[in-house]
Design a protein around this ligand. Structure first.
Ligand code: G
Ligand code: G
Ligand code: MN
Ligand code: NA
Length: 250
């Protein structure tokens, strides 16, 4: 309950910020986009991770305001970054609670229009579990967004009870392969087979692929061999302030 109270007004008190993590082309290394990641700097507790405060905000309904703030801030900051990086593109995470709003897609399109940002600047990242709460509604939202030029990525694919048919049913551009695909140790061979075949399936369905959690050069080389398009992870860059990333950009 205290976290909920303290989250109230956090944006106005400038305790919220966005960090950005680049997504790069596996073969050329060039950055094609950044993913916006919410951060909350609590005056007493310090950095509170999104895995702690987003569930709180989802239960309290604060996620609507938080989601609006994240979208608007990501669009403004990315639009501004285009002075130095003309092709800048941003991925924004969407909560299942937001996706269940009857007017979710219209609100995103209205925000783009209000800020005069071209829809092609934005990818929304939805998770499988959020889509599964109401597949028909999610499909309608995502179709509306894609018709306007916004791209759609399925986040954390392979982390839960992934349904392959979802890849054919949803209006998608991109599949983000969960970082568990790249884990070493027990079952690594089986996970490798899943990774290889998921990349092939995505390619057959004309979906682009982003591997998450790429932590070293060997993983990147392996992804290139498997035909994965894009990579994200500590090997490319940790999440950072957008202006700091711009000077490091490849
Ligand atoms: O950087 P990392 O620990 O921050 O992110 C943890 C999780 O928090 C990610 O899986 C991401 O999906 C989620 N997350 C980060 N930013 C946002 C946001 O703006 N909205 C929602 N709904 N989730 C976010
Ligand atoms: O939206 P999503 O679940 O994908 O959020 C990305 C999360 O993964 C963030 O918490 C981010 O800090 C974390 N992350 C990003 N790159 C790496 C990586 O290479 N390794 C690990 N272990 N975590 C990462
Ligand atoms: Mn994500
Ligand atoms: Na993810």
């Amino acid at each position: 309950h205290t976290l909920e109270t303290q989250l109230q007004g956090a944006a106005q008190r400038q305790e919220l910020s966005l960090m950005y993590q680049p997504i790069s082309d596996v073969d050329t290394g060039r950055w094609i986009a950044v993913e916006a990641l919410l951060r909350w700097q609590h005056p007493q507790l310090g950095a509170v991770p999104p895995s702690t405060f987003i569930p709180v905000a989802e239960r309290s309904g604060q996620i609507y305001q938080l989601g609006d703030w994240a979208l608007q801030t990501a669009l403004r900051e990315t639009q501004a970054a285009r002075a130095l990086w003309p092709e800048a593109h941003v991925n924004v995470n969407v909560s299942p609670v937001q996706l269940l709003m009857p007017d979710y897609a219209e609100r995103v399109l209205q925000t783009l229009a209000d800020l005069q940002v071209p829809p092609q600047l934005l990818t929304v990242e939805v998770t499988e579990s959020s889509v599964m709460q109401d597949v028909d509604l999610a499909c309608r939202h995502l179709r509306k967004l894609r018709d306007a030029g916004v791209r759609v990525a399925l986040d954390d694919f392979g982390s839960g009870h992934s349904s392959l048919s979802l890849l054919t049913e949803l209006p998608l551009d991109t599949v983000k392969l969960d970082r568990s695909f790249l884990r070493e140790g027990a079952q690594a061979t089986a996970r490798g087979a899943l990774l290889r075949n998921t990349i092939r399936l995505a390619r057959d369905l004309h979906l682009s692929t982003v591997a998450e959690g790429v932590e070293d050069a060997a993983m990147l080389a392996r992804l290139s061999d498997l035909g994965c398009d894009y990579a994200q992870g500590y090997h490319i860059s940790r999440p950072d302030h957008l202006e700091d990333l711009l000077s490091l950009r490849r």
